[in-house]
Ligand binder design. Structure first.
Ligand SMILES: *Cc1c(COP(=O)(O)O)cnc(C)c1O
Length: 413
């Protein structure tokens, strides 16, 4: 039986333990929801205060140049590229994930458009809803000439000569299942098509090797594992080989080759800059910049190792202490098959999660019956796993979750 003392020993020898100081966390909280909203970095408040009072207040419009505001989308893109195994000029920070899906999916469909018979947009039924909704809306805008084909089983076998584009999320938001990017890219290439990858639950959570694994198009989220703050700007990746001719559908002036030439006609920037649309959200980008700095000097391999150790420990402790209470883990057991989260199905998942949140163990609930726990190695301790499972056990053993107030549904779950 693993004791709390064992967990404390693991913390004492943890090479990433000091990274916790890069964050400000409430003392009475075990935060297992960094996969939904990353924790607040210690430096964010001061950096934003300076940005508002000095850069904006004193610098005024001069700060676009003097404080480098105008460079933020590319500068943060380079930093994210480093986390994802992409080249410096292949990632840009802009807009939201949903909007970046629209841009890349539309562009990829246009590129495939010459080929008759390729009329299928391939995705998974369990994909994050916005990915499906954006595909539906785009298809409708294009006159419903495509079929959105949603695969239930193994998407690997679904690629064929009718596939125009596939939209695939690497780490499933519900189960945490992790796709083998290299293998699927090879399948797509064999079938003469391409994949738009959604890395929302991958970026900053698992090692990603976009270039080595043959990825051409990807999007992802800034406010989850990247710690950019609520509603942080998202990113888009476009392999260098596609950039020159990539047909971006949102031809805003910030993606123009020369925005301040004020030409009448749209002429896209030659590189990744063309994936920008309008004026960047500077304050939000500065918060994301601090979020990305929390990864400075940390290897994704070390991060991954600790993530798997934390989640294995949590799972083992759940089995040992919460076995009789009806939880069943729906996440893949194999390390190679899962991201940085575990989800447990339970008949009373919603009220159980509300009771846990009330006691400082913050995860979240996902339809229809999942308690979801995210593991963020930069600020979680092994002892947190122990304490969280003890609180779960207490909530179950005392049936505290059955209080009527925990059944009340909030707008955000
Ligand atoms: C969180 C998430 C998004 C979020 O999209 P927004 O436009 O930022 O709301 C998109 N896709 C996946 C797979 C996600 O997990």
């Amino acid at each position: 039986m693993i004791t709390r003392g064992d967990c404390e020993t693991m913390d004492r020898t943890d090479a990433l333990a000091a990274a916790r100081d890069r964050f400000l966390l409430p003392a009475d909280v075990i935060y297992l929801d960094g996969n939904s909203l990353g924790a607040l970095p210690a430096r964010t408040a001061a950096r934003l205060a300076d940005a508002v009072t000095q850069q904006w207040g004193q610098g005024l419009i001069r700060s676009w140049n003097a404080a480098g505001w105008v460079n933020l989308p590319e500068q943060l893109g380079r930093k994210i590229a480093g986390l994802l195994g992409a080249a410096d000029n292949e990632v840009i920070v802009a807009d939201s994930t949903s909007i970046n899906i629209f841009k890349l999916l539309a562009g990829a469909l246009t590129m495939a458009g010459g080929e008759r018979g390729r009329r299928v947009i391939l995705s998974e039924r369990g994909n994050f809803p916005t990915d499906l909704y954006m595909s539906q809306g785009l298809n409708s805008l294009l006159g419903d000439i495509y079929e959105l084909r949603l695969v239930d089983g193994n998407i690997e076998n679904a690629f064929d000569a009718t596939t125009a584009v596939a939209l695939i999320t690497q780490v499933d938001y519900c189960s945490g299942r992790l796709h083998d990017m290299k293998r699927l890219n090879a399948k797509a290439r064999e079938a003469g098509t391409r994949i738009v990858w959604d890395l929302s639950h991958s970026a900053g959570a698992v090692p990603v090797a976009l270039n080595d694994d043959g990825a051409e198009l990807a999007v992802g989220c800034g406010y989850k594992y990247l710690n950019g703050g609520p509603g942080a700007p998202a990113f888009a990746y476009l392999a260098a080989s596609l950039q020159r001719d990539f047909p971006t559908p949102l031809s805003g002036w910030f993606g123009h080759a020369a925005p301040f030439a004020f030409d009448t006609n749209y002429r896209p920037a030659p590189g990744i800059e063309r994936l920008q649309c309008g004026t960047p959200s500077v304050l939000a980008m500065l918060a994301l910049a601090v979020g990305l700095e929390t990864f400075d000097g940390i290897s994704m391999q070390d991060l991954r190792q600790k993530s798997l150790r934390l989640s294995d420990l949590f799972w083992t402790l759940m089995d040992a202490h919460c076995g009789p209470f009806g939880f069943s883990c729906v996440s893949p057991r194999e390390h190679a098959d899962r991201g940085s989260q575990l989800s447990f199905a339970h008949e009373h998942a919603y009220p159980v999660m509300q009771a846990l949140i009330d006691r400082g163990v913050i995860g979240d609930f996902r339809q229809p019956n999942l308690l979801r726990f995210g593991f963020t190695p930069l600020y979680l301790r092994f002892a947190d796993m122990y304490d969280a499972v003890m609180i779960i056990r207490a909530v179950m053993a005392t049936e505290a979750w059955a209080e009527p107030r925990y059944a009340q549904r909030n707008r955000v779950t």
